[in-house]
Design a protein around this ligand. Structure first.
Ligand code: NDP
Length: 403
C-alpha cells in the first residue's frame, strides 16, 4: 500500500522493521536510515534472513532537515516513522512538511538540555500539517500509544465517560545484568528520575520521583511494586478527555534498579549539563549511556513477561451505572526474541509503531493535522494488535482501584 522511511536503527526500530517486512502487502517498500548505517545494515540482514524481504538502508543525521527532505524525495516515502530519539521529533516534522510526507513517532519532543517532555512543541504544528494536508501521529508505541487506544476503545464500546484512569506498566523480565535499562538508557533515566506528576481535579499534583509505591498483582506476572511517575499520555488523555478527574501512571521497578538509579543520580552521573573532564566537555548521562548495556543486545538473555494496561472507571454506556474495566496485554520476552530477535519492551513499542503506520497507509488515519492516539478510531488498530503479536484482554473489576 505504501513506501515507508524509518529513521533510527535501535531496539524499537529492529522490532518495528521486522514487523513491517512481515506485512509487505501494506509496507510495499521500506527504507531504514539512521546515524550509523552499519546498524541499519544489520537490521536489514536479519529482516532478509527471517522474512526474505529486502529493505534499503541509508546514513542520515535526522537533525539535518535538508538531508531528510532529500531522502524522503529519493525514496518516495508516503510516511516517515521516527524511531530515533525524542530530540529529533521537530526536525523530522519539519522535513515531512517540506517534502510532503506523513509523520509518526513513539515519544514526544524533549529538548536535549531540559529534561521535560511536553506536547506543546508538537501540538504547535497542528495548523501547518492541516494546511499541508498531511497527518502527524504522535506517540504510537505502547505507552504512550496502545494505552491511549485502550482508553478510546473503552470509551467507544464500554464507558460513556471516564472518571479516573490508571495506566499500569509492569516489566517482569529479568536478565543477567546488575543494572540495565530496557530502552535507550539516557531517555529512560531522564524519565524515571523526573518528579512524579499526576492529573487530579483539574491540576497537576507533583511529588518527588520514586516516592509513591504500591504493590499490585499483575496478570501473568504476579505481585510487583509499582511507582507513581509522570508519563506523556497523562497530558494528552487529560486534554482530550476533559471529564477525567484523575489520571495516573505507574511503572514497576525492582529494588536493585532503584538503588542503582539513586546512586548514579547522587554522584552526578545522570546530569544532562556539560561538565569539564580532563580539559574536555562531557555530558555525564551520555557518558553513562556509553557504559551501560545497549538494551537491544540483551534480548537473548531476557526472560519473563511484561504486562501493560489501563484500569478505567466511569459511567457505563448501557446506563447500568459506574463500571471499572482493566484492559491489558501480556507479552513474553522469549517469544518476542524467537519471532523477531527483540526483547518485549522493544517489541511492545515497535509493533504499535508498525500498526499506527499501517493505519495511515490503509487510509484509516489520514485526517490532516497532528493527532494523539486517543483522538483516532481504535477499532482496526485493536484488531491488528490481536493479529500481530500483542493480543489484549478486557475484564470488568468489582469496583474502582483502592490505591
Ligand atoms: P535506541 O537508542 O536503541 O535507538 C535510537 C536510534 O536512533 C539509534 O539507532 C541512534 O543512532 C538513532 N539516532 C539518534 N540520534 C540520531 C540522529 N541525529 N540521526 C539519526 N539517527 C539518530 O533507542 P530505542 O530503540 O530504545 O528507542 C527509540 C525511541 O522509542 C525513543 O524515542 C524512545 O523514547 C521511544 N520509546 C517509546 C516507548 C513507547 O512505548 N512509546 C517505549 C520505549 C521507547 P546510533 O545507533 O548511531 O546511536
Amino acid at each position: 500500500m505504501g513506501k515507508t522511511l524509518v529513521v533510527g536503527a535501535g531496539g524499537v526500530s529492529h522490532a518495528a522493521v521486522h514487523k513491517m517486512a512481515m506485512n509487505s502487502d501494506i509496507f510495499t517498500e521500506i527504507t531504514l536510515a539512521s546515524r550509523t548505517k552499519a546498524k541499519c545494515d544489520a537490521i536489514a540482514a536479519s529482516v532478509k534472513e527471517r522474512t526474505g524481504v529486502t529493505i534499503q538502508t541509508a546514513a542520515l543525521d535526522a537533525m539535518d532537515v535538508a538531508a531528510t527532505v532529500a531522502l524522503i524525495k529519493e525514496t518516495g516515502a508516503e510516511i516517515l516513522v521516527n524511531l530515533a530519539l525524542p530530540y529529533q521529533d521537530l526536525k523530522l516534522m519539519d522535513a515531512c512538511l517540506e517534502a510532503g510526507c506523513h509523520y509518526l513517532d513513539t515519544a514526544n519532543y524533549e529538548p536535549e538540555d531540559v529534561a521535560k517532555f511536553e506536547y506543546h512543541w508538537q501540538w504547535a504544528y497542528q495548523d501547518k500539517f492541516k494546511e499541508a494536508g498531511l497527518t502527524a501521529i504522535l506517540g504510537s508505541g505502547f505507552d504512550p500509544g496502545v494505552t491511549s487506544v485502550f482508553a478510546t476503545w473503552l470509551k467507544k464500546h464500554k464507558l460513556a465517560t471516564i472518571r479516573q484512569i490508571d495506566v499500569l506498566d509492569a516489566n517482569g523480565g529479568s536478565n543477567d545484568q546488575a543494572f540495565a535499562t530496557n530502552f535507550n538508557p539516557e531517555i529512560n533515566l531522564r524519565e524515571v528520575l523526573a518528579e512524579a506528576r499526576h492529573w487530579e481535579n483539574g491540576a497537576w499534583q507533583v511529588t518527588p520521583a520514586m516516592t509513591h509505591k504500591v504493590e499490585f498483582d499483575f496478570p501473568g506476572i504476579g505481585p510487583k511494586n509499582m511507582y507513581l511517575m509522570y508519563h506523556e499520555e497523562l497530558e494528552s488523555l487529560s486534554a482530550h478527555f476533559p471529564e477525567i478527574e484523575r489520571a495516573r501512571f505507574w511503572m514497576t521497578f525492582g529494588d536493585a534498579y532503584i538503588m542503582h538509579a539513586k546512586v548514579l543520580e547522587n554522584v552526578g552521573m545522570t546530569r544532562i549539563d556539560p561538565v569539564m573532564h580532563d580539559g574536555k566537555e562531557i555530558i555525564p548521562i551520555q557518558f553513562l549511556k556509553t557504559l551501560l548495556p545497549d538494551p537491544g543486545t540483551l534480548a537473548e538473555e531476557t526472560k519473563g513477561k511484561a504486562c501493560i494496561g489501563d484500569i478505567a472507571t466511569g459511567q457505563a454506556k448501557d446506563g447500568s451505572g459506574e463500571k471499572t474495566y482493566y484492559i491489558y496485554n501480556i507479552c513474553d520476552h522469549e517469544e518476542c526474541f524467537r519471532e523477531v530477535g527483540s526483547q518485549a519492551v522493544s517489541y511492545t513499542t515497535g509493533v504499535p509503531a508498525m500498526i499506527g503506520a499501517a493505519q495511515v497507509l490503509k487510509g484509516n488515519w489520514v485526517e490532516p493535522g497532528v493527532w494523539n492516539m486517543e483522538q483516532l478510531d481504535p477499532d482496526d488498530f485493536m484488531d491488528m494488535l490481536n493479529n500481530h503479536g500483542l493480543p489484549w484482554q478486557v475484564h470488568e473489576l468489582d469496583g474502582p482501584v483502592s490505591f
